[in-house]
Design a protein around this ligand. Structure first.
Ligand SMILES: [Zn+2]
Length: 109
């Protein structure tokens, strides 16, 4: 495993955000909206490519929160949101890239 993309600790706070500690001691922290806006699922990618916000959608309850989160294999995090959206699986590598680059733009390209 690459220590830069191998988290040794993942903390999900349903009403706050997601914090990961990587094996090289790098800490990456994101608030809920950042994580939601970067959702890597096909639908959200499509919305971003059309210049639309992936959240909030017309039916989205406010405020945003996480209903459930679980590991997806050894490489990512599956997140279920309070608007029922749960298609996105977030690779740990993506969180690391967002942190290194200082912003979230989603996994386009
Ligand atoms: Zn999505």
């Amino acid at each position: 495993m690459d220590p830069r993309i191998d988290p040794i600790d993942v903390t999900v706070k349903r009403d706050e955000g997601v914090t990961l500690v990587f094996a090289d001691d790098h800490v990456a922290s994101f608030n809920l909206v950042e994580v939601r806006l970067g959702c890597p699922c096909a639908d959200c990618r499509d919305l971003r490519q059309r210049g639309q916000d992936t959240w909030p959608r017309p039916s989205s309850p406010l405020p945003l929160s996480i209903v459930d989160a679980s590991y997806h294999g050894a490489w990512g995090l599956s997140i279920q949101w309070n608007d029922g959206h749960s298609a996105g699986i977030y690779p740990f590598e993506t969180f690391r890239r967002w942190s290194d680059e200082g912003y979230v733009h989603g996994p386009i390209g």
